[in-house]
Structures are given as C-alpha cells and as structure tokens.
Design a protein around this ligand. Structure first.
Ligand code: C2E
Ligand code: MG
Ligand code: MG
Length: 694
C-alpha cells in the first residue's frame, strides 16, 4: 500500500476507534434499546449499506446510499452513540460481505465515526436536540443547526473517502475531490435534509416509515432510469470514440494511420515553429515484404507487420509518433529536436529494431528496411512537403542500399532557376506544356513498322527542356507519378484514335523505377486503358536495367503484376545496369533494348560490336526479343541484322515526331529506300514491305 494511504488509513482508524469508545462510554445510556424507532432506523441503515444504488459515471461508478439519512436521523433522536451503534455494524457487515481487505473495514468504520461525531458534536454544541426529551419539536434555529450538521456529516465523509481514492490512484487530491463534488452534494444533501422529516414521521407513527419508502422507491427508480440512460449515453459515447479511433488508426497494428500522421506532423510543425525548434519525419519501407507476403501468405505478412510495429514503438520515445501509412510503409515523427544528435539517436534505434531476425511461425527471417529522413525547417515548412521529401530520401536509400538517407536538396536545387523549374514542372500537366513524340520501331527481318516508343517532350516558357534534365527532377520531387499517368492516358487516347483510322501500333511507354514504388500504378494503368478503349496487348512498358537493379525484388513483384495484365515489358538501356543474369532469367519481361551507347558507334568500335552481339545472343537464349536502339547509320543497321537483332529503332529509321507528323512520315516510309544505298555486303532482304502494320 502507498505510504500516504497507509498513514491516512491508520490515522482514521485509530481516531475513529478512540471516538467510538468515547461516544459509547459517555452516551451509551441515551440509547433506548427498547424503542422500536431505534430498531427500524438501524434496520434501514443496514439495508442502505448493503444495497446502495450504483450510478455509472464516465469510467467510474458512484454509490448512493440512504444509510447516511437514517444514521443522521439516529443522531437527531438518540445522539452520536445511537447512530454509531447502528452504523458501525452495518458498515462492517457490508465490508465483510463484499470481501474488502481488513484495513478498509477499519477505515470505513473510522470515517463514519468521525463524520457522525463531528455532526453530533455540532448539534450538541449549538442546539439542545439530541438531549431533548422530544426531539421532534424542531425550533426554527434548530433547522439551521441541522442543516450545518448535515453539511459536516457529508463533508467529513466526502473529504476522507476522496483523499483515500486520490492516494490509491496516485491522482491529485484536490482534483479528485472536486470531480465528484457536484453529484455527491445533490444526492447526499437531499437525503440528509430529509432526516428531520423521517424523525417527525417516525414519532407520529412507525407505520409512516414504510410510506416514506414510496418516494424513496421513486427516487431509486429515477436513479435507475438515469443510470440506464447514462449507460446508454456512455455506450454511444464509447461507440463514437471507437469510430473516431478506427478512422484515424490502422486496424492491423492500431498505429496512427496516414491521415492522423499528417495531422500530427502539422501540429508538431506549428509547435516547433513557435518554439524555434526542429523536428524530423522518417519514412521507411520493408525491403522484401511483398516477397514474404506472397511466399508465406498474408497471415505471416500480417504478423511481420505487427511485430515490426511493436518493435518500432519500443525503440522510440513516448513523445514520438510511429504510424503505418499503408502496406509495408511506416513513418516516425520525432517532434522538438533540440540537437542534431537527437535524430541520429532515433535513426540508430530504428535500425536496431531490425537487427534481430523476425520469428514467423516456424520460420526465422532477417528483414531490413530502407529509411528516408526529412528535417524541419531545412527540408520543408509544411507536413506535405516534409513527408514527400522523406519519401524521396527513402527512395534514395533503396537505391544506395545504405539503410537510411537524409533528404538532400542538392546545392543547385536552391538556385532560383532550379526552383523555378520545379515549380514549372508542378504546373506543366495543368498548363498543357507536355507533348508526346513517337519514334518508330521496325522489324529487321521484314522491314515492317511494328510499334512506336512514346517519348515525353516539355516545352516550358517557349524552351525545350530535355527529358534527361526534367525526368530526374520529377523523380526527385515525386511528381513522376502524376506525369507518368498523363503519359499513359495520352498514349491510350492516341492508340484509340489510331485504331479508329486503321493504324494498329504497339506503343511503348517509359516507366521510372519510382513508378514501381507506387502501388496504385497497375490499377491506374488498367483504368486509363479501359476508359479509353486501349487493349493491354497494345501497351509496352520500358523500365531501365539500372532501375530494376536498384530494388530487384520489388521490381520483380511489380513487373509480375503488370505482366499479368497482358502488358508487354521491356528492359531499357540494357548493358549498363549490372543486373544479375539469374535474376534476369526470372523477370517476367519480353524484350531487351540494347543501350544505344553500344549501338551508335558499333561499326567503328569492335568491342561495342562484340557486346551487342553477346547481348543479342543472351536475349535469344532467354527467349527475349532484342531491340537495337540508337541506330544512326545504315552500317549499324546492317550489323544488327547480321547479328540477328529483331527490332531496330534510331534516327536512321525515323526521329521521334508528334503524332500528326509521325503519320505523315509513316505514309512516306519505305524500307526499300532505307536500304537502297546499302553496302554490297548487306545480304538481300526478302521482304520490301511498306508501312504495313503488325
Ligand atoms: P530511352 O527510353 O532510352 O529513349 C531513347 C532516347 O534516345 C530518346 O531520347 C530518343 O530521342 C533518343 N534516340 C532515339 N534514336 C536515337 C539515335 O539514333 N541516336 C541518338 N543519339 N539518340 C536517339 P530522349 O527522348 O531525349 O529521352 C531520353 C530518356 O528520357 C529516355 O531514354 C527515357 O529514359 C527518358 N524518357 C523519355 N520519355 C520518358 C517518359 O515519358 N517517362 C520516363 N520515365 N522517362 C522518359
Ligand atoms: Mg525507352
Ligand atoms: Mg533506351
């Protein structure tokens, strides 16, 4: 037991016992044991103690009892000793029956003794009441004293019981006392003021006492209805609380969800801004989650996510927020950073959470996470920017495989030009500044035009901005998702238009690795095509080899989803990305595009020609179609054909052109013309087909 509570209990018990002994010793003879009134009142005290009304209130229950009313009536008629003779056995009987610990017996009896003695003392001092032979003759002044007596009886009870509750809960005494004051005063106050009426009624006829039971029953009934309604209100309240909780928390881990996390970051920013402090947002993504989920089943995936969330919560401070943003993506908010070291401490803690392997059913798995960090105010002044930049850093850490990366706004990004460019990029879709150019892909064996590659063009303030400049910027700022969607939608509409005019061409779209992080993408692609009536077989998606190598497992899983939709997949810029051959074998792709740096000068550079030849062989051995891009000369075209390359693409065949110009080019396209000035060593071609379609 807590020491303050022990001290209170001992003091109350000892002083109560002393006063009880004193009262009984001095006033015992005042108790009229033969009076039926005494026994009826005593019985009512006992019933009141044993059958209190319980009123639920928020998280606690309030007890209301009529024993105080009858005890006070006993004080008025038989003095303090008379009241105690009924009250103390009743209190002990109740404590015994409800199996309360022994110290509570002493404490409760002590509280009643002190309350009754204080009230009785007041009545003895300021009125003649308990000593008068006829206690039912109340004078006007008596009523004032009775009122104060009742008040003292109530106050001593309320004060001592409230202190015990506060000590028991380690709560502040004053607040605890105040919290119940209102309801206690109303119930106990009303009952206590009834005491003189009870005394008067009993004096007239004891049969009136049962009549008193009627209004009392009504009070009981009212209390019970109130109790039920209160219960209902509590239930509704709880339901509303639960709904609110569900809307803001992730059901699997019970962690805050994305929307609550956004709010918390926003609030933390306001606070940090006012107090000139920093804060940090960490985003993390489990490295092999999709693979684990697919291979071991959702229940294992779920238990992994739960265990990760448990570990994350234990390694951060209570003031930090851990959230699950969706899938295998978690986020941590570290508010109020005073020293840069604080961030390191948290990140080290987060990394430590993944040190121990995870136990799933009978399997023990090592799981790692990639984390990205953004710091307020350096990396953003609002929650959206901070979270987006943490996401960019997380993507960088996936690529570098460093475990975590802090967001880096490269120095030149701060120059005005660069910032203006980012701003421009943000509005480019809305301002209609993007266009697609289409570059032909030709079948080497037949000379037929088999498809086109859609290449993005951005005309900003009248200037052409090359993709090599704005695509990395779009990836870095997270705008790539929006841009890719625009490209897909435009391609789908274009495909429909061509199809209507009898031009059936496959269209290839370039995806950034960043797009594969976006779980919405497959659905968005499917919707864009379905709405515009483009068949999935008409779409090809190109993803660079280096992009796949950055996170092969994620790439494999996402590409599998896309491939399942019937879309043709292609590895772009092959030969520069150091991908593992065993992995390449497993990827659900259909096409390899040899990087143009090998093709463009393969005639002059023998080693490049050797590389091109090996890639073609490798591709064929893996049952893949091989595309040679960057074909600028007839020489390169001839060599590719000699090596058995399937498809060619390059300036020699056709430049990327806007849709209308591309159609015009197509009208005039002649494979024959392309090979007219061919070298004699070039083997004759069987088919001289025109721009017929695949
Ligand atoms: P890529 O996918 O390898 O596209 C081929 C690039 O080579 C295009 O450059 C094309 O204009 C250029 N090219 C075509 N034939 C020849 C040739 O004979 N010689 C030479 N030297 N170059 C040739 P572009 O349009 O500047 O695009 C550069 C890169 O930007 C693309 O490389 C692709 O990775 C990326 N890109 C373009 N459009 C998009 C897009 O819509 N989304 C994404 N994520 N990336 C895109
Ligand atoms: Mg490409
Ligand atoms: Mg390429």
């Amino acid at each position: 037991m807590k020491s303050a509570l022990r001290l209170l209990a001992v003091t109350v018990t000892i002083s109560g016992l002393t006063l009880l002994a004193y009262s009984l010793a001095t006033q015992f003879d005042r108790i009229d044991w033969t009076s039926p009134v005494f026994w009826v009142f005593a019985a009512c005290v006992l019933v009141g103690e044993l059958m209190p009304i319980k009123i639920p209130r928020q998280k606690e229950v309030i007890w209301v009892t009529v024993s105080g009313m009858f005890a006070f009536s006993l004080i008025l008629t038989f003095g303090t000793a008379g009241a105690l003779a009924a009250l103390i056995p009743a209190s002990i009987a109740d404590d015994f029956l409800s199996k309360k610990p022994l110290w509570r017996w002493g404490f409760n009896a002590g509280v009643y003794t002190l309350a009754a003695s204080a009230a009785g003392g007041l009545l003895y001092t300021f009125s003649e009441l308990p000593r008068r032979s006829d206690p039912t003759h109340f004078a006007g002044s008596d009523l004032v004293v009775i009122l104060f007596g009742g008040l003292v009886f109530f106050a001593v009870n309320w004060c001592l019981a409230g202190m015990a509750v506060a000590f028991l809960r380690d709560a502040p005494v004053f607040t605890t006392l105040r919290s119940n004051l209102g309801l206690d005063m109303v119930t106990d106050g009303i009952l206590l003021t009834l005491s003189p009426l009870v005394v008067a009624a009993a004096d007239r006829s004891l049969y009136l006492i049962p009549l008193l039971a009627l209004p009392m029953l009504a009070a009981y009934q009212a209390a019970r209805v109130a109790q039920r309604n209160l219960g209902l209100v509590n239930d509704l309240q709880e339901q509303a609380d639960e709904n609110r909780h569900l809307a803001l928390h992730d059901p699997l881990t019970d962690l805050p969800n994305r929307s609550l996390f956004h709010d918390r970051v926003g609030n933390a920013i306001s606070f940090a801004g006012r107090n000139r402090q920093g804060l940090s947002v960490v985003l993390m993504d489990l490295d092999r989650f999709k693979e684990i989920n697919d291979a071991l089943g959702h229940h294992n995936g779920d238990s992994l996510l739960k265990e990760v969330s448990r570990r994350l919560v234990t390694v951060v401070r209570e003031s930090d927020t851990v959230a699950r943003l969706g899938g295998d993506e978690f986020a941590v908010l570290i508010p109020a950073i005073a020293h840069p070291g604080d961030v390191n401490r948290v990140v080290e803690g987060l990394l430590r959470a993944f040190e121990r392997p995870f136990e799933l059913e009978e399997l023990v798995l090592k799981v790692e996470a990639s984390m990205g960090l953004a710091i307020y105010p350096q990396h953003g002044l609002d929650s959206g920017t901070l979270i987006r930049h943490a996401d960019v850093a997380m993507y960088a850490s996936k690529q570098s495989q460093a475990g975590y990366e802090v967001y880096q706004s490269t120095r030149d990004e701060h120059t005005r030009d660069r910032l203006a460019l980012v701003e421009g990029l943000r509005k480019a879709v809305a301002n209609g500044e993007f266009a697609l150019h289409y570059q032909p892909k030709v079948d080497v064996a037949t000379g037929r035009l088999v498809g086109v590659e859609a290449l993005l063009r951005w005309c900003h303030n009248g200037n052409f901005v090359p993709p090599s400049l704005f695509i990395p910027l779009a990836e870095h700022t997270g705008l790539i998702g929006l841009i890719t969607l625009w490209v897909i939608e435009t391609v789908a509409s274009q495909s429909r238009t061509w199809q209507k005019s009898g031009v059936a061409l496959n269209i290839a779209v370039n995806l950034s690795m960043r797009n594969l992080f976006d779980r919405q993408l497959p659905r968005q692609i499917a919707e864009a095509m379905a709405q515009r009536g483009m068949a999935p077989e008409r779409l090809e998606l190109e993803i660079t080899e280096s992009g796949i190598a950055a996170d092969p497992i994620r790439a494999e899983a996402e590409l599998a989803d896309l491939s399942a939709m019937g879309i043709t997949l292609s590895i772009d810029d092959f030969g520069t990305g150091h991908s593992s051959l065993s992995r390449l074998k497993r990827l659900p792709v259909d096409e390899l595009k040899i990087d143009q740096s090998f093709v463009t000068n393969m005639v002059q550079d023998k080693s490049n020609a050797a590389i091109v030849r090996s890639i073609i062989e490798l591709g064929h051995n893996l049952n893949l179609r091989v595309v040679g891009e960057g074909v600028e000369t007839l020489g390169a075209l001839e060599q590719l054909r000699a090596f058995g390359c399937d498809i060619v693409q390059g300036y020699y065949l056709g430049h990327p052109l806007p849709a209308a110009e591309f159609l015009a080019w197509r009208e005039g396209y002649s494979w024959e013309a392309k090979i007219l000035d061919r070298d004699q060593s070039f083997a004759p071609l069987r088919s001289l087909a025109g721009p017929e379609v695949a």
